[in-house]
Design a protein around this ligand. Structure first.
Ligand code: PMP
Ligand code: GLN
Length: 385
């Protein structure tokens, strides 16, 4: 008789442990500077932390309402109105989630059926594909060219058929830092008009955008907005990724389906934190100044590594910078990332893990959401390689 372990059939047989867990684990073990997993090494605003403490002391310690507290959903609706001039109903179109990861999982769970095709662009954030697989969907991956990561919408059109259930976009884009233009969004809109294809728009870096670029939210394009689930993350915006707070915005019919799953997925999310975020969002400068804040960090980091043997195109958004190491070694990006962590005491993320068939373009991703002191230390190491 086969042992229980041998007869157990994995639902995700080919999925390894996430690269973020691997590289952060290795960085800790090796006592290396951790510029791999994307999180700040500085504190969230003490005022926001105090607001959470106050909410806890005020007894906001039991389950929040299933879709999130109304005051938080209302202020998110006001933010969407003031930033993009679009109106979302906080009652029926906004749901507070345990980070964007849960919002993505819940969206896919609520919409993707067996044999549905979901189009994604690679390099892609690592949670899309396994989630599609869990629900029996088939990922159709479009590998982007590693020079500019531009999407060829004519190619995309050829891949669309009556099995296409959803397209997933992500701008500003992790890991490349590319930003979708208005023209990109108009082309996507023309492509999806008169189809029943859904859009999942991962906009977790909406406020981390540089050089005067404007974030082109899917909410701005009516024929997209009517079919789009927008993903947002407070962790990225307010420097507290460990709180795992985010939200999903979608038209009422879509939100209804989203909440059918959400209620059994988490039911509701951290209550005192919601109370604090509702208060903190009343001050728009808390998120409007983020682009400038991170652009300064990008510029500092890039000015310090200018003399190194790494090659780069400045990131246009997110808090990630890609560095090409082809002038340094012919090692695979995974081997090089591991060796850098062990020998040079600096950790980055090898990009091949986000690519189709682990296509290795000799590029590592470094997170610059770090104190200037850490960025200086990191640059010193990188310049000596
Ligand atoms: N999407 C992208 C593109 C990300 O980089 C991340 C990581 N923050 C997420 C989603 C998940 O966000 P959260 O930490 O809020 O779950
Ligand atoms: N979004 C973060 C990154 O890209 C990490 C999130 C995670 O650890 N899953 O590094």
């Amino acid at each position: 008789m086969p042992s229980f372990q041998n007869s157990f059939q994995s639902k995700l047989p080919k999925i390894p442990t996430s690269i973020f867990a691997i590289m952060s684990g290795l960085a800790t073990k090796e006592n290396a500077l951790n510029l791999s997993q994307g999180f700040p090494n500085f504190e969230s605003d003490s005022k926001l932390i105090e607001m959470v403490n106050v909410a806890m002391k005020n007894g906001k310690n039991q389950y929040a309402p299933m879709p999130g507290i109304f005051s938080l959903r209302k202020i998110i609706a006001e933010k969407m109105e003031s930033l993009y001039g679009v109106s979302y109903n906080p009652d029926t179109e906004i749901t507070i989630t345990a980070g964007a990861t849960q919002a993505i999982f819940t969206t896919i769970a609520a919409t993707v059926k067996k044999d549905d095709e979901v189009l994604i662009f690679k390099p892609a954030y690592d949670c899309y594909e396994p989630t599609i697989a869990l629900f029996g969907g088939k990922t159709i991956a479009v590998q982007l060219n590693p020079e500019d990561f531009k999407i060829d919408w004519k190619e995309v059109k050829k891949l669309i058929n009556n099995k296409t259930r959803m397209i997933i976009i992500n701008s500003p884009h992790n890991p490349s830092g590319r930003v979708l233009s208005k023209n990109d969004m108009l082309q996507l809109e023309a492509l999806l008009k008169n189809t029943n294809i859904l859009l999942l728009s991962d906009e977790v870096y909406e406020h981390i955008i540089f050089d005067g670029e404007k974030h082109q939210s899917a909410a701005l394009f009516p024929a997209l907005a009517e079919r789009t689930f927008i993903m947002a993350s407070f962790g990225k915006t307010f420097h507290n990724t460990g709180w795992k707070m985010g939200y999903c915005i979608a038209p009422a019919e879509l939100t209804k389906e989203f909440r059918k799953v959400h209620q059994f997925n988490v039911f509701s999310v951290n209550h005192p934190t919601q109370v604090a975020l509702a208060e903190y969002l009343k001050t728009p400068s808390n998120y409007l100044e983020l682009g400038k804040f991170y652009q300064e960090k990008r510029d500092l980091f890039l000015s310090l590594i200018k003399g190194s043997r790494f090659e780069f195109t400045p990131s246009k958004g997110t808090y990630f910078q890609l560095l090409n190491f082809k002038k340094i070694t012919i090692e695979s990006d995974v081997d090089f990332a591991i060796r850098l962590t062990k020998e040079q005491k600096i950790a980055g993320i090898p990009i091949s893990v986000f690519n189709e068939n682990n296509y290795d373009t000799k590029v590592l991703r470094f997170c610059f959401a770090k104190t200037n002191e850490t960025l200086k230390k990191a640059a010193e190491i990188l310049c000596n390689i």
